[in-house]
Design a protein around this ligand. Structure first.
Ligand SMILES: Cc1cc2nc3c(=O)[nH]c(=O)nc-3n(C[C@H](O)[C@H](O)[C@H](O)COP(=O)(O)O)c2cc1C
Length: 179
């Protein structure tokens, strides 16, 4: 049965390495008959979580911005792909802001399968450790979350360098494997 897949590209660099991998993933997923939507966080108006705690009772954020609609999409997706460049051995700021803003409805983002796509200039042991830890920390908070795959591409710095990386076929195959 075809799946509803949400791809969240968090790089501020349009058409950069991690977004290119997203597009490969999408190509595979669509070829396998799935429905896919890609969202670029750089195009979304999402404010920082202020830690006010109101959403603990209301399950709604006091901020009126694009996160409400994104939460709706996260709740209704079957599969969620999170893409980020490695920034200072962590995730992009845009992604961290989005993760914090899951608060109002994170318990409803249940039983989803998650993929992480990450790119980095370095290709050393440990390059992705902080990024993967951030991704797994998020999954630990979401009921029934399953880590379906990690697509980690090191040694890519400038836009386009990922084109010759084996991660391109990995991303396609991961998308294509979703039935
Ligand atoms: C602010 C910033 C911080 C970065 N930090 C790291 C880092 O800690 N380790 C690393 O290997 N690459 C680092 N990079 C390089 C990017 O991870 C790399 O260029 C990646 O391919 C960018 O992905 P994108 O094209 O999808 O944005 C950094 C780049 C920027 C702009």
């Amino acid at each position: 049965m075809s799946k509803n897949i949400l791809v969240i590209s968090s790089s501020p660099r349009v058409g950069g390495n991690s977004e290119t991998l997203c597009d490969q993933f999408i190509r595979g997923a669509e070829m396998a008959g799935n429905r896919v939507e890609k969202i670029r966080l750089k195009d979304q108006k999402i404010g920082f979580c202020t830690g006010c705690g109101v959403c603990n009772d209301t399950h709604k954020c006091v901020q009126n911005d694009d996160m409400a609609q994104l939460l709706e999409k996260l709740v209704s997706a079957d599969v969620i792909v999170i893409a980020t460049p490695v920034y200072f051995y962590c995730v992009s700021a845009q992604l961290k802001v989005m993760i914090d803003r899951l608060c109002p409805r994170y318990t409803e983002i249940a039983d989803k399968r998650f993929y992480l796509i990450a790119t980095a200039a370095e290709d050393a042991a440990g390059t992705f450790d902080g990024t993967v830890a951030g991704f797994r920390g998020m999954l630990d908070c979401l009921p029934g979350a399953v880590e379906a795959g990690l697509i980690l591409c090191g040694g890519v710095w400038k836009t386009g360098e990922v084109q010759s990386h084996s991660g391109m076929s990995e991303a396609f195959e991961a998308g294509y494997s979703i039935q």
